[in-house]
Design a protein. Structure first.
Length: 229
């Protein structure tokens, strides 16, 4: 009676297993590093006037959700954790976006612009202004509704920023004009003070000149009278 031996899989050595684990860790680190750099690039390319774009979060996000998102992204792309040369810039942009959305007035202004964009899109689609974002009529659009909303919001935000910069430029020009007027007034006052001082300093000289002139005049008169006599 022949004995049958059961086939067994070849034993994996502990050394081979450790190599596989180390390789997986290395690949995981490389993937993580790559993803960090991708996220840095996304932030740098995001529309700077829309903090929602910077944080890649929905416009209806709560204040707590915004803070969580900022913390998550700021830790993920922190300059200490990625070798991307512009990571510090991206980090600062995230902080600026979070700060703007944490400011109640600034967020309300931003939301008002986005809502204006939303109404413009609904009007173009012949839909009532009360149409919710979840309405079936907003599905299947090309480009998608969310993309349209971001693009329309971008146009409005750019227009608003242009107006803001023009107003600042005009204010600066007016301030410059006012400053020049004040400088001219100060210069005129200084000239007046100098002229008054010079007038006072020359008082004695003028008096002496007048005395000399008077004496000469009297002498001439006397000389004429003597000749006539």
């Amino acid at each position: 009676m022949s004995s049958t031996s059961s086939s067994k899989p070849p034993a994996v050595s502990a050394t081979s297993s450790n190599v596989e684990i180390d390789l997986e860790k290395l690949l995981s680190r490389e993937e993580s590093a790559f993803n960090r750099e991708v996220e840095v690039e996304r932030i740098l390319k995001a529309f700077k006037l829309n903090p929602y774009d910077m944080l890649d979060i929905e416009e209806n996000a709560t204040a707590e959700a915004i803070k969580r998102r900022y913390k998550q992204l700021s830790l993920f792309i922190h300059p200490d954790k990625t070798s991307h040369p512009r990571a510090p810039e991206a980090f600062d942009l995230l902080k600026k976006a979070e700060s703007e959305l944490s400011d109640k007035d600034r967020r309300e202004n931003l939301d008002a612009v986005i809502n204006q964009a939303r109404l413009m899109i609904l009007k173009a689609l012949n839909l009532p202004s009360s149409t919710p974002d979840t309405d079936p009529n907003l599905r299947g659009l090309e480009p998608p509704y969310k993309v349209r909303l971001r693009l329309q919001s971008k146009e409005l935000l750019i227009d608003e920023e242009v107006r803001r910069r023009k107003a600042i430029k005009m204010n600066l020009a007016n301030e410059g004009l006012e400053a020049r007027k004040k400088d001219e007034e100060v210069a005129a006052k200084k000239r007046k003070v100098q002229e008054d001082k010079q007038w006072e300093d020359n008082r004695e000289q003028r008096v002496d000149s007048w005395r000399t002139f008077s004496k000469d005049t009297r002498k001439k008169k006397k000389a004429k009278v003597a000749v006539l006599g």
